[in-house]
Design a protein around this ligand. Structure first.
Ligand code: NI
Length: 478
């Protein structure tokens, strides 16, 4: 877009003179503002909504420069980024000034290159990482890195306190994380100067950092904490390692992006079991002592084919070995309860030991599945007032059974089916074990028989809900 503008003669002469002195483009831009810029600004065609960029290049006999400048609609954010860019350009200009003679003698042109790496962290939450490389003479160029993390929803640059939860101990932990990463990188490890690194990390206000969807990054300039051969250093710490030290509000913003898949799955399994019809014919199948790497997956398969739900009372020791498997059980929509840590007869233990047995397994299962445990099946069905007290203290209900499949005894599929079918009635809680292959063998026929008699397989919690039994129990089923 070119405008024709009629100017008085003396102004034209003045502008031409000024143009000769200051560079014609600068003067015209100064006088006419943006209107002479050849590129029209296209609003928000950027793949980073709210963020745009322009790259300015220059070439003279002495140097070339290419500077990428991102900009937002917020003047304050632009100003802070531009200040840093200006600093680099000024350092470059004075570097050229100093080595002007050498450049001319050697027929060498200096270079400045400021490049930008943009990362979308979440909606309108970006990290902009500048890398400024300049060489004005000497043998080596210098690279400087600078990052800005911005929240364009709130139109501000995030400060360290916006991202981290900083106190004496978290600062120490983060410093340790960084030092460990520095030492575990074989390429740069030999060049690291520990004392310098510790000095650089000492004051969290001086940390140079940024965030990507996967990592928190800490930056060190060339020569800052290592011999020059290491160059400038970036330490990437996976979000899941640094998560405990993130500011809660910020973690929440990240979470939306990070665990979308997880929350999706969680939603599925928390479509919390539909309420039952008071006149329905229900049975709760329960599986103890697992998870077992071979038997449990077979049982999950069969349950899925019959669209049946069950309850798994898992042992802490087993879950410790097979956390993924217990998660799979949960994700398949089944219920998980605890069967204690080590399968002791709890009635033989002191109260404090009982509590430990319960607490350990609850912790392990909760860690593996992300779900709170509120059902406990005491090993051997052995309970007393101490057991009830401990369970009640953890808000767990004690779940016994009304039908024992005797699968542990017969180890025979036909016998298991016979035993269950001849004892089952509406509201039964059936005891089985997902550690015997014969139990997995029995299940397809058992489910078919139960279906033929009009039973629907539900979880223990669904039955308790139906019966409005919310106390510690023990609950045996009807
Ligand atoms: Ni058991």
């Amino acid at each position: 877009m070119i405008r024709r503008i009629k100017l008085p003669g003396w102004i034209v002469i003045f502008l031409l003179l000024a143009g000769i002195v200051f560079g014609i483009d600068k003067v015209f831009v100064k006088v006419f503002g943006e209107s002479l810029e050849p590129n029209e600004k296209i609003v928000d065609s950027s793949v980073y909504p709210g963020l745009n960029i322009e790259t300015k290049t220059r070439e003279t006999d002495l140097y070339t420069s290419s500077v990428s400048k991102p900009y937002t609609d917020n003047e304050q954010i632009n100003k802070l980024m531009n200040e840093w860019i200006d600093e680099q350009e000024e350092a470059f200009t004075s570097g050229i000034e100093e080595s002007k003679n050498m450049l001319e003698e050697n027929d060498f042109r200096a270079h400045l290159n400021i490049q930008v790496d943009t990362e979308k962290i979440a909606d309108k939450l970006y990290t902009i990482e500048f890398q400024a490389y300049q060489i004005t003479g000497g043998a080596n160029g210098i690279t400087k890195i600078k990052s800005f993390v911005m929240d364009l929803n709130e139109n501000k640059l995030l400060q360290i306190d916006d991202v981290f939860q900083l106190n004496k101990s978290s600062i120490q932990d983060i410093q340790e994380l960084i030092m460990n990463k520095l030492h575990s990188n074989e390429e740069i490890k030999p060049y690291i100067l520990d004392e310098e690194a510790e000095k650089a990390l000492n004051d969290s206000n001086n940390w140079k950092w940024s965030v990507t969807p996967d990592n928190v990054i800490f930056y060190f300039d060339e020569y800052e904490i290592a011999a020059g051969a290491a160059g400038s250093i970036k330490v990437e710490i996976p979000i899941k390692e640094i998560k405990p030290y993130l500011n809660e509000t910020f973690a929440k913003k990240l979470n939306i992006e990070l665990t979308e898949e997880e929350t999706e799955k969680e939603k599925k399994s928390t479509e919390d079991y539909p309420q039952l019809d008071p006149d329905g014919k229900y049975v709760a199948l329960t599986f103890d002592d697992g998870p077992h790497p071979e038997v449990t997956p077979r049982i999950l398969d069969t349950l899925k084919k019959h669209d049946a739900k069950a309850t798994f009372f898992m042992l802490g020791t087993q879950v410790e070995y097979y956390p993924e498997l217990s998660k799979k059980v949960m994700e398949a929509g089944h219920e998980i309860g605890s069967h204690t840590m080590n399968h002791y007869d709890l009635t033989a233990l002191e109260l404090n030991q009982i509590i430990v047995e319960m607490q350990q397994s609850n912790d392990i299962i909760e860690k593996a599945t992300g779900r709170t445990i509120n059902l406990l099946r005491p090993p051997y069905g052995a309970s007393n007032s101490d057991v009830e007290q401990a369970a009640s203290g953890m808000d767990n209900s004690l779940i016994m059974w009304s039908v024992d499949s005797l699968d542990w005894k017969s180890r025979n599929a036909a016998a298991v089916n016979e035993e269950v079918m001849s004892n089952v009635s509406p509201g039964s809680i059936v005891l089985m074990h997902d550690i015997h292959p014969s139990t997995a063998d029995a299940l397809p026929q058992l489910l078919t028989s139960l279906e033929e008699q009009g039973y629907q397989m539900v979880t223990v919690s669904q039955l308790l809900e139906l019966w409005d039994e919310k106390d510690v129990g023990p609950h045996y089923g009807k």
